[in-house]
Design a protein around this ligand. Structure first.
Ligand code: URA
Length: 460
């Protein structure tokens, strides 16, 4: 069995501890030791520490923060809570393993495009993605909106797929970073997402556990991001880069704007369709396409240690051709069919699953004018209320609800041009979110000069 050699076994440290004393210590602002964090993480994985105590510790961490040293202890304990992948084997040979991860936003769908683009370049992508978190959507929920697709792959299936076809979309499972599986689900419903140490530990425990050699992180700032300000996004990006580089993984960080949804759709099936359209060479979603190309090309160059601008340009153009000539789409199909998709349902002719059981309603602004800014988080919350997100850990999401044809900052709206369309299960559901959506768009007179910011602010 080739895969046996590529797993590093979990380290479970059964230490006697009193959970409420650890919560109390953090609540009172004291640092937790490696032993305390490791024991707490082991306890939450084995189920000896119940969800209510885990949630209390999360809230204490949210308010009191963690030093970089504590964060590294938490990350290590989370990473060691399950198996890890080690690709330095005969079978993996000289293959290069890479990944991209985003801190999350509304309509943020680039992973679906980036994975096939990287495989087309001959790189290998063991991508462990996430579900919806807070007001943001998750890659796994988007993919699982395609009939038959499963991201719950066993370590054997996951490694075999990566080694044979170049990549897989996987999830945290009971075997791989089980601690993040539990903590992620609890953070989603306890308002404890926006914490730098918790995000660093969550993202980097998955990425370092993947055993990759190069990583590009898309750290969002702006009204639909977890960090809000550019300064906080920069702090988060620097912290993740430091942890990655210290572990021998090459890391670059893009600080990108989430002051408006990415692309024209938000909602699981709608976003998958938008990505398929980009991979069919259509130019319907320029910002999504451009960000995907920039992140993927930068990652390919980083992995191959090519730092000059000419190499980047060549890689970018090759990747653009992969989108335009259907190569990326073919790889996307291949990966998803391997993960259970009925090949027919991915084809142009049969996308009835996309329409689902929803009705489509236009949302009009109160006045005509131009979009000056968008309260993007509220669009994510409207989607959650429509059934596209979870209010409790075991909620089932409705993948077909969402927003489409979303206007961008600087674009005009009037009585014939809606701000967006809403796919809702019922008219009553639509009515319940209509005002929230209208109020999320700040419309000004058409004569006002609206400044459109760059999508990528800078690289760290
Ligand atoms: N993505 C993750 O995997 N974890 C976070 O905390 C945020 C985004």
């Amino acid at each position: 069995m080739p895969t046996k050699t590529i797993f590093v076994k979990p380290i479970i440290k059964e230490v006697l501890l009193i959970p409420q004393e650890i919560i109390r210590k953090k609540r009172n602002g004291h640092p937790l030791s490696e032993q305390e964090l490791s024991a707490f993480v082991s306890g939450l994985v084995t189920g000896k520490i119940p969800d209510y105590q885990v949630s209390a510790l999360l809230m204490a961490i949210y308010f009191q923060g963690m030093s970089p040293v504590e964060t590294s202890f938490l990350l290590k304990a989370m990473m060691e809570s399950g198996i890890r992948f080690d690709w330095k084997t005969k079978e993996a040979g000289s293959k290069i393993f890479v990944d991209k991860h985003s801190t999350g936003g509304v309509g943020d769908k680039t992973s679906l495009i980036i994975l096939p683009l990287l495989i087309a370049e001959g790189l290998n992508v063991p991508m462990i993605a996430g579900r919806g978190l807070g007001h943001t959507g998750g890659t796994l929920d988007k993919l699982e909106s395609i009939p038959g697709v499963s991201t719950q792959l066993s370590p054997e299936t996951f490694t075999q797929q990566v080694l044979t076809i170049g990549g897989a979309f996987g999830a945290q499972t009971l075997e791989f970073v089980p601690a993040d599986k539990k903590l992620y689900a609890l953070r989603d419903v306890t308002s404890t997402v926006e914490s730098i140490p918790l995000i660093v530990a969550s993202i980097m425990s998955k990425k370092l556990g993947e055993g990759i050699g190069a990583l590009v992180l898309d750290v969002k700032f702006g009204s639909g991001s977890f960090m809000g300000s550019l300064d906080r996004a920069e702090e988060l990006g620097k912290a993740m880069k430091a942890v990655g580089m210290a572990s021998g993984c090459l890391v670059e960080v893009a600080l990108t704007s989430m002051n408006q949804p990415l692309g024209r759709t938000a909602g699981h099936t709608l976003e998958v369709l938008e990505c398929i359209e980009i991979m069919e060479g259509k130019n319907t979603s320029q910002d999504t396409k451009e960000l995907s190309l920039q992140l993927a090309a930068r990652l390919a160059c980083l992995a191959r240690k090519q730092s000059d601008a000419a190499e980047f340009q060549k890689t970018y153009e090759r990747m653009n051709r992969s989108l335009e000539d259907g190569t990326a789409l073919e790889i996307f199909h291949k990966v998803l069919v391997k993960q259970g998709a009925q090949s027919q349902s991915l084809k142009l002719v049969d996308r009835s699953w996309i329409d689902g059981e929803t009705q489509k309603f236009p949302v009009f602004a109160k006045t005509k004018g131009k979009i000056q800014s968008i309260e993007t988080r509220n669009l994510g919350l409207a989607l959650l209320e429509l059934g596209g997100g979870r209010k409790k850990t075991d909620d089932k999401i409705n993948p077909c609800v969402g927003l489409s044809q979303i206007l961008k900052i600087g674009e005009a709206t009037d009585s014939s041009q809606p701000l967006c369309f809403v796919n809702a299960a019922t008219e009553a559901d639509f009515e319940s979110v209509r005002d929230k959506i209208v109020d999320a768009f700040f419309v000004v007179d058409e004569k006002v000069n609206v400044k459109c910011e760059d999508l990528i602010h800078s690289w760290l």
